[in-house]
Ligand binder design. Sequence first.
Ligand SMILES: [Ca+2]
Ligand SMILES: [Ca+2]
Ligand SMILES: [Ca+2]
Length: 231
Amino acid sequence: MVGRLNLSTAPAAWQGACPPGVSVLMLADEADNRGADIMSEINDGKQPTPPTGEAPPKSNRQTWSIVILVGLVIVLGAVAVWSARRERVSTEDANRDGRADSWLYYDAAGHPTKFEKDRNFDGKVDWRDIEVWDAAKSKARVVRTEVDSDFNGTFDTVITYNADGQMVKLERDANNDGRADIVSTYDQPNKPPKIMVDRNGTGQFEPATPAPAAAPRPATAAPAPPAKKKP
Ligand SMILES: [Ca+2]
Ligand SMILES: [Ca+2]
Ligand SMILES: [Ca+2]
């Protein structure tokens, strides 16, 4: 395809590049419709338009501005999510020594999730209640209690409660080897528990006869946790 460029109507840049009176022949492949369009636009005195879908190149400054803006949005979003999910805690100092000795944790909705207490004021938590929110009763209930009964820094007793708040299982690590060796199961209210004992630390439990004295009911034997205040 051959076209003749009309310099009198062509864009100024084209006119300046060619001396007056010079004809310019333009060639385009027969299959190149875009080439023909460009020649037509130039002869009409127009600037060739970019092909469809081909956006004009952005400057580096524009590109960096977009990158920085997107990064800023991501950071602000992450901070908002962290702030919404972060745990809150209220503390008490029962012995007034200037150090907290009980901690009540809340989720983002203000529902208690965990209560911890340092009962002997040695700076180490030795009582922990795990709580869940009961929406039907609009209050939290304790589902599990962990106790360091001898205050040696290791939790050795785990108590599990049912939905009514009754103790259903007590697991005790009496020899401090990190594994429960006395398991008391409270299947029926007001009935003695079923007690199983691992006497030699092998993981094999057998019925306790007679019932070992090392299976107390810490929920009643231990000091009652102080009143929990909302933050
Ligand atoms: Ca204190
Ligand atoms: Ca303690
Ligand atoms: Ca202990």
